[in-house]
Design a protein around this ligand. Structure first.
Ligand SMILES: C[S@@+](CC[C@H](N)C(=O)[O-])C[C@H]1O[C@@H](n2cnc3c(N)ncnc32)[C@H](O)[C@@H]1O
Length: 322
């Protein structure tokens, strides 16, 4: 399992960038960019070098943790998957590329694309001294136009990206990303009902085009959750001193809520049930909300089944259960 915390090389590169900047300025810009996101805006507010750095310091640790958790889930279900090349769509500061490089030592070739020049410049700066990523190719351009010209890639990732484009554009982009996927497409969104709805729409569309689900769902059928129920996961990450300062936060950690889907060209056999919430543990029983091949279930593991109870106590939200 890859750690959800930023790798040392990336931390050092971010700290190096921060040296020439006022932390107060960066904190001010981070607060303003976060407000734009909360108000439904996107990355359009990121225009300058300070904006890009403020965004990366405030958000990159959390989106990195979410991508890593999704990749860990994919690796658990497909331990033999060894992609050679990666395409990171809406790559921003390169978050998903860094996470994929950690998760897959097999990756040799990294292609990134994004419309935002300030984020592209930052990504190239951060990767410059990296042993794995110094040679990345990063194209600036609108996703669909740029993707049309791209070849197929083993692993395609779009992290916290599709929410920034309209519904019709999302559908077209999903199909195009799938067309460019040789093996696996991973799409990650914020863990909100709206993020879940986007993932479900993309999931249904691509299954109709022949995709199979590797994770988190143990089946390719319709999602069994009924509104207002919805699915998301959470990943805890440590906050560095700079991260706390930029966010004006006290706690040494934060919990990132996210939702994801990993779609593959070939069906994955024997997909395990997915744990959809933190199990309720009492002295009497462990109750686990599971998504299984047969649909949704609340599994009750009584204390009297000593071994099963002990195992069930170890379950974690987002993990798998046999
Ligand atoms: C919230 S950021 C996420 C960045 C990065 N993937 C991450 O996880 O940290 C969304 C990114 O998508 C890019 N983006 C949004 N719409 C785009 C489009 N139509 N074409 C290319 N990039 C786009 C933005 O410029 C921004 O870098």
């Amino acid at each position: 399992m890859t750690s959800p915390d930023l790798p040392a090389e990336l931390k050092a590169a971010l700290d190096g960038k921060l040296r020439g900047f006022s932390r107060n300025d960066a904190a001010g810009r981070a607060a303003s960019i976060s407000k734009t996101y909360r108000d439904g805006g996107g990355s359009g507010a990121i225009r300058s070098e300070t904006d890009a750095l403020a965004y990366a310091l405030a958000r990159m640790p959390a989106t990195y943790a979410a991508v890593t958790a999704s990749l860990n889930a994919l690796v658990e279900v497909r331990p033999d998957f060894a992609p050679k090349n990666l395409l990171d769509v809406g790559a921003g500061p390169g978050t998903a590329t860094w996470a994929a490089a950690e998760a897959f030592p097999s990756l040799r070739d990294f292609s990134l694309l994004d419309a935002n020049e300030a984020l592209r410049t930052l990504a190239l700066d951060l990767a410059r001294d990296s042993t794995r990523l110094h040679g990345i190719g990063y194209e600036r351009g609108e996703a669909r136009a740029t993707l049309t010209k791209a070849g197929t890639t083993d692993l395609v990732v779009a992290s916290y990206m599709i929410g920034e484009i309209g519904d019709a554009e999302q559908r077209a982009l999903a199909e195009l990303m799938w067309e460019k996927t040789r093996d696996t497409l991973l799409v990650i969104e914020p863990g909100t009902p709206a993020g879940y709805a986007r993932i479900i729409a993309l999931r249904e569309r691509l299954i109709a085009l022949g995709a199979h689900i590797a994770a988190p769902c143990p089946h390719d059928g319709k999602c069994p959750l009924q509104t207002p129920d919805w699915c998301h996961f959470t990943q805890r990450l440590q906050r560095s001193r700079a991260h706390k300062q930029i966010k004006g936060a006290e706690l040494p950690f934060e919990d990132e809520r996210f939702v994801y889907v990993a779609l593959t060209r070939t069906a994955v056999e024997n997909r395990p049930a997915r744990i959809l919430a933190a199990p309720q543990v009492t002295k009497v029983a462990v109750v686990t909300k599971l998504c299984t091949v047969d649909g949704l279930t609340l599994e009750n593991t009584p204390h009297r089944d000593r071994d099963a109870y002990r195992q069930a106590r170890k379950r974690r939200w987002g993990g798998t259960a046999d």
